[in-house]
Design a protein around this ligand. Structure first.
Ligand SMILES: [Zn+2]
Length: 166
C-alpha cells in the first residue's frame, strides 16, 4: 500500500506516494562519475517511491569516535568528518528512526531551513542538522544529504511527519 508523509504541524503533504521497505538498502558504491543529468551526487540509496526507517543515529550533533582509525564513509550522517578538536573522526549522535526517502520524492515539497548556512559542492551536505522545513508551515522537517561527498538521501525527523494512507 502506498502512503504519504504529512507534516505533523500542518498536515501539508511532504512526499510523493511511498511504499515501506523493510530496511534501508545497502548504500550504493560511488565512483565519482557524473550522472546523466550532469550532477555528481552518489546514486540514491532509496529507489524512487519507497521509504524505510533508519534505526541508526543520523546527522548532527556529532561526537568524537573513540577509535582514531574508525571511518564510516557510507553513512551520510557520519561521512568521515575529521574531528575539529582532535584526532580521528566524529560520528553521528543525531536522532534515530528517521524516515529515509529518495531526495527526489520530497524536494519539491520542502523549503531550505533558514537556520542552516552550510554550503556544499553540489548540494547541501546535511551536517548542520535538519536543513529542510515544511513547504506549508515552515516547521523543521528533514535533513537532506544531497552533496557529492556522501550518500544521496533525505531523512525525515520521526516527530515531524505522520504516515498517511494515500
Ligand atoms: Zn507543515
Amino acid at each position: 500500500m502506498n502512503v504519504l508523509l504529512l507534516c505533523t504541524a500542518c498536515g501539508h503533504r511532504l512526499t510523493e506516494p511511498l511504499r515501506l521497505l523493510p530496511e534501508v538498502p545497502p548504500r550504493p558504491e560511488y565512483e565519482g562519475r557524473k550522472n546523466p543529468d550532469g550532477s555528481r551526487h552518489a546514486p540514491a540509496t532509496m529507489p524512487r517511491g519507497t521509504y524505510a526507517v533508519d534505526p541508526e543515529p543520523c546527522g548532527a550533533p556529532y561526537v568524537p569516535h573513540p577509535d582514531p582509525d574508525w571511518c564510516d564513509a557510507a553513512n551520510p550522517g557520519n561521512a568521515c568528518m575529521g574531528d575539529p578538536d582532535g584526532q580521528g573522526f566524529v560520528m553521528s549522535a543525531g536522532p534515530r528512526d528517521t524516515l529515509v526517502v529518495h531526495p527526489g520524492d520530497a524536494r519539491e515539497r520542502l523549503e531550505h531551513n533558514p537556520a542552516t548556512t552550510e554550503f556544499g559542492c553540489c548540494g547541501p551536505p546535511g551536517r548542520e542538522g535538519p536543513n529542510a522545513v515544511c513547504g506549508g508551515c515552515g516547521a523543521v522537517a528533514a535533513t537532506e544529504f544531497r552533496d557529492c561527498t556522501g550518500a544521496y538521501e533525505t531523512h525525515f525527523l520521526p516527530e515531524a511527519v505522520r504516515v498517511s494512507g494515500a
